[in-house]
Structure formats: C-alpha cells, structure tokens
Ligand binder design. Structure first.
Ligand code: NA7
Length: 556
C-alpha cells in the first residue's frame, strides 16, 4: 500500500483528502487508468465533470452519433473475458450502445467507488517541497495527489462559434458535442445545421428524415466514405473473437492508425488506371476509414492522393442529382485524409431529398443570426431550431480549462501559448508527476483511440510502478528531450500532406490558437516501440529523483 494511503481520508481540520493519484476524466482513458492503478495497490480518485462515465460518448448524443472505427476494434482489449462476453450489435455501434458498454465496464470492474461525478478540476498546483499536487475542485475543496493523470479527452471541449446574434436566437439551439439527454424530435420543424464535419455528416441524414425542412450551412466540403453499417451476425462476432489475438496485435504493432485491415503493399501510381479504380471501388464497397489504406502513399504523395480524391469526388457527382449541389459538396481545398475522413450513412444522397438544401458559406457567408433566421449576405433562411455541428477546441482545449501551475509558478497555458510542448505526448517539462493520456505529441486522434489509450495507460502505470519500486518520488521530462521530440513530431508531420489542411489537428478551427500540427504521425506501432525503448533504457529523457534529492533541490 502507498505512503499516501496512510493519509487518505478527510481531515476535518483542513478538509483535504490525499491520494496517490488523481485522474481527471472518466472516459475510456480515465476508467482504464483507474483499473490499472488500483491493481498496483494505489489510492486513486477520479474526478469527472459529467454525471456518468463515457467521456465523449456521454456528451455526444446527437442523432446518428456512432463510432467511426468498427466496434469490435473500438473496444478494450485489456480483458479477454470482457472482449469475449460483450456483444456488439452493429458494425459501428450507436452512441447509446457505446455508453452502455462504458457503464458495463464501470460495473464489471467495480470502478464507480473511486469516481466522483459532477466535479470539475479547476486548478492543480505543484508543490516542490512535497513533490505533490494540490488539486482544487469545484465546490471549493482541495485534494492532494502525488501524481495527476489528465485523461481529459481530445474532443470534449465543444466549441460554440462566435456568430453575431446567436444569443438572440429565439428557437432551440443545440451543439452536437453537448447534446441534451432527452430525445429531441425535429418533426415538423425547420432546422439549420451549421458545419459539415463528421458530426454533421452523421446527423444530417437523421435530422432530414424528421424535419419539415433542413438547411445545411457549409463552409468547407468534406470527404466522406460510406460506413456500410449493418447488424453483426453471431458468426461474424465469433470469427472476430476467435481471431482477437492477431487482430489486436496488428492494430497495436503494425497498422499506422491502430486499425486492423489488410495493409497496402504499394503506392497508388504503381497501378494502372483500371486496377487503381478497381481497388478504390472495392474499398468504397467495403466502406469505412480504411479506404485510405488502399495504397501506402496516399497521405504523403500529392499525385497519389489526387487519384483517391478524384475517385471520391466522382462518387459524389454520381450520387447527388443536382449538379450544382454536387459541385458544392465536392471538396477541393485539402488533400483527402488530411482532415480525419468522415464515414456516413446516406449523407450525400440526403441532398436529393426535396426538404434539404445546401448553403455555400464560402460564396455567401453568414452575417448574423436573427431571432428566427440565419442571415447570410444574400438571403435570410427561416429556422425553428439551430444545430451547431461546429466541433471542438481539440486536443488541448480541456487541458487548457484547468489552471495547471508547475515548477517555479509556470502555468501550462503560458508554456503552451505558442503550441503544446510535450515529451512523447506523455509529460511536459516543468510539470513533474503529471501525465497526459493521448495528448498532443502522441498518435492520439490519428488512431483508433482505444488502442492509443491502452498503450498510454499501460506505459504510465508501469512507469509509476517502476518509480515506487526504486524509491523515486518525482519524474519530469528533460527540456532537451522534449525539444527534440517536438521537433521530430513537426518534422514527421511535414513529410506528409496533413499540414496542408486547415484542420483541428492544426488548431486552425479556433481563432487565435497557434497553428501547430498536434498529433504524432509516425504511426502507433513505431510510437509504441519508441515509448517501450525509452522505458527499457531507464526512462531515457526523463529525470527521476528520490525524495531526499528533490527536497534538497527544493530547499536550494
Ligand atoms: P469538426 O470536424 O471540427 O467540424 C466542424 C464543422 O463546423 C466544420 O465543417 C467547420 O467548418 C464548421 N464550422 C465551425 N465554425 C463555423 C462557423 N463559424 N461557421 C460555419 N461553419 C463553421 O467537428 P465534428 O464535431 O464534426 O467532428 C470532430 C471529430 O469527431 C471528427 O473528426 C471525428 O473524429 C469525431 P471548417 O472546416 O472549419 O471550415
């Protein structure tokens, strides 16, 4: 048992609780982190601002919300019993089922006892004298923890755009990333959807089926591939379950994006036109994110990328009957895959419905929201309800909302003002004993998140076990190691086409946010090997200090 355990519990005099570890967030990362840390015998407290587990799946309840990685792969692998017993109903489970799974995991591993819901972490201040963090939570309480793990999620800070007049709108306003818990019925209503990212692409067909009229306001057209969602048969489930050891191994070690699929053996320009078209047709028929795995150079070679982009643009023109609308829906301003590709069920075909219209904001921008309408430069569109599908302050937004104060009073927000700086995405120099799960500088949102979450959580748990076994009290990333890693992340990003898109990977969707490519593009397998090697070399690039050393350093 831990040293901190001895002081755990509420002291009436100070109203301060102490734990070995405070975990922020009870999504898939926070839940697994808690499970692993408990098995090390540590005292842990998880703070979750939502009223239940599930993180992004707790908040994103918009119509049509589903995962974009197949559920048999978008699921935990740490427990074979769990993956053998849980029955996913569809190829891509709907949000409600994913949330049910998260709750099942919380119950099955008895996690709730250590999670406090409806609590926000407001501030965390490092005390160099005790090598511990003072964590201020909503309600005015403070907790002390030796370690903090930020399992705050990459897509949990919903972004409401700053559009003139929005607060004066008299109808209902919803944000896809912060959807109400009760069922919203748009029957008979005129609805406006602003934004055409993944959330809009999933929700538009469902809203269109209910609404009297749906107007979609599009600033940037996006590439989308059919999901080909369908019920899973018990035979399909059984085949995957039997094959799980190999599926999980490939996802972890070989696939760049943490998704098991047949890996490409050549570049797009090595095939002739007919063979290439046949390959894209086959991937299009199969559906899903792995369209981009048709060839091995689609994200690095512009000419190769153009062949895939042209194929999808041609498909859009085939599906959408009105040629003008089809043209507007064809993306032209970024390489395919340089923004996370969307997957859909009948998105493009929805624009053939008589009750759906598309407004192109590039030629006719929104001027303001009126009490009952959206007014563009050219026209007023009357609406009863507005759906903001306008995305998130991604990757750093939730971390930035916490006032994190490290050594010498430096705040993480100040340190990251020019863009996030981490070593391996796991720690930031000057912030000892503070770990980040799937943060900037790690593959994160470029991957199957659950694969990346499990890898980070395992690494962090092993690292804490290592420190405890050797009597280390504090661990911190070295500045030089961090600078080298930041440079490497940047260099790898610029060998690809990704930085060409104004995407949330770059922070481009948030006015004033520094434009830095945030996730690590080297692939989950390569990244895992780097992290493992660092650990095997005694946590190379990190400084670990014993209690006496750090107290002496703090005193000097
Ligand atoms: P995204 O992908 O960030 O999409 C947000 C959309 O909202 C995008 O089309 C934006 O256009 C649009 N947007 C944002 N602000 C405005 C304003 N002010 N006016 C008009 N349009 C606007 O978020 P999602 O929730 O769809 O998806 C996020 C991830 O969740 C997704 O990648 C999956 O991994 C799951 P823009 O492109 O900025 O021109």
């Amino acid at each position: 048992m831990s040293n901190m355990q001895a002081v755990s519990g509420t002291s009436e005099a100070t109203d301060v609780e102490a734990y070995d570890v405070v975990v922020v967030g009870a999504g898939f990362a926070g839940m697994y982190m808690l499970h692993r840390l408990r098995r090390l015998g540590l005292s842990v407290r998880v703070y979750e601002q939502g009223g239940g587990v599930g993180g992004t799946w707790y908040w994103n309840r918009y119509p049509g919300a589903r995962c974009d990685v197949e559920s048999m792969q978008y699921s935990y692998s740490f427990s074979d019993e769990l993956q053998q017993e849980w029955d996913w109903s569809e190829r891509y489970a709907p949000q409600a089922e994913i949330l049910k799974y998260a709750n099942h995991v919380a119950d099955r591993f008895n996690l709730r006892d250590d999670i406090q819901f409806n609590v926000r972490v407001e501030q965390a201040v490092f005390d160099a004298g005790t090598n511990a963090w003072q964590v201020a939570i909503s309600g005015g309480k403070t907790t002390i923890a030796k370690y903090i793990v930020l399992a705050t999620g990459c897509l949990s800070n919903a972004r409401v755009p700053d559009i003139k007049g929005l607060s004066d709108f008299k109808g209902e306003v919803y944000h896809t990333g912060h959807w109400p818990h009760e069922k919203i019925d748009f029957t008979g209503k005129r609805v406006g959807v602003i934004g055409t990212g993944s959330s809009a692409i999933q929700s538009v067909p469902v809203i269109a089926a209910q609404a009297r009229h749906l107007t979609v306001f599009q600033r940037t057209a996006n590439f989308s591939i059919p999901a080909r969602n369908a019920a899973l048969t018990s035979e399909e489930r059984a085949a995957i379950r039997t094959n799980y050891p190999e599926i999980r191994r490939v996802a972890r070690e070989e696939a760049r994006n943490g998704i098991y699929t047949d890996l490409p053996d050549r570049g797009a320009l090595e095939d002739g036109d007919n063979a290439r078209r046949a390959k894209y047709e086959e991937r299009w028929r199969r559906g899903g994110l792995t369209f981009m795995s048709a060839y091995n150079n689609l994200v690095v070679d512009q000419a190769a990328n153009d062949t895939a982009a042209d194929f999808v643009r041609a498909k859009i023109a085939e599906i959408v009957k009105d040629p003008h609308t089809a043209k507007l829906l064809q993306p032209h301003n970024h390489p395919i895959g340089s923004k996370r590709i969307c997957i859909d069920t009948d998105y493009f075909a929805t624009f053939n419905r008589p009750n759906v219209s598309l407004v192109d904001l590039t030629s006719d921008p929104i001027e303001e929201i009126l009490p009952h309408a959206v007014r563009t430069v050219a026209k007023e569109y009357e609406v009863d309800a507005l759906v903001l599908a306008t995305g998130f302050d991604a990757m750093t937004g939730s971390v930035a909302k916490i006032d994190i104060v490290g050594r010498h009073g430096q705040t993480l927000n100040r340190k990251w003002a020019e863009g996030p700086k981490t070593y391996l995405g796991l720690m930031s120099a000057g912030f000892p004993n503070l770990f980040i799960v799937t943060g900037p500088g790690s593959p994160s949102v470029l991957s199957n998140m659950i694969v990346s979450i499990e890898q980070h959580v395992d690494w962090i748990a092993d690292c804490i076990a290592h420190m405890r076994a050797r009597g280390f009290e504090a661990m911190e990333a070295n500045k030089e190691a961090e600078d080298k890693w930041v440079a490497h992340v940047n260099e790898v990003a610029h060998t690809t086409l990704y930085p060409q898109a104004n995407s949330w990977y770059m922070g481009a969707n948030i006015p004033g946010k520094p434009q830095v490519f945030m996730p690590y593009i080297g692939g989950v397998g390569a990244y895992r090997r780097i992290c493992d090697e660092v650990a095997a070399k005694g946590y190379e690039g990190f400084a670990m200090t014993a209690a006496e050393q750090s107290r002496a350093a703090a005193a000097s």
